[in-house]
Design a protein. Sequence first.
Length: 127
Amino acid sequence: MAKKEFTYRQKTLEELKKLSLNELMLLLPARQRRSLKRGFTEQQKILLKHIRAKKENVKTHCRNMIILPEMIGLTIKIYNGRDFVPVIIQDEMIGHYLGEFASTRKKVEHSAPGIGATKSSAALSVK
């Protein structure tokens, strides 16, 4: 079975890469379109410069950067508040923010309750 070719709003990846930023903005959802219309911040400009230079090992704190078609295939390390999480940018991620793929919160894992935590545990002898 052949893999289905990726399209974003009826445009293939090659067509998306050829689009200018203004043409791409028209395809994106409203929040991303508004963000791009305001222009890139200084941190986003620095990140784009590193990406366009095809640097390996790109690290960034810029979680509010929108994933553009030119980023496809790169591995970007995104800061989650404690360390850098490596994220491989895939074509389905176009239009999302980098921060969506590096969670800042850990899953809550509870252990067994301590002595005195429940009425029944208070009656147990301490071993």
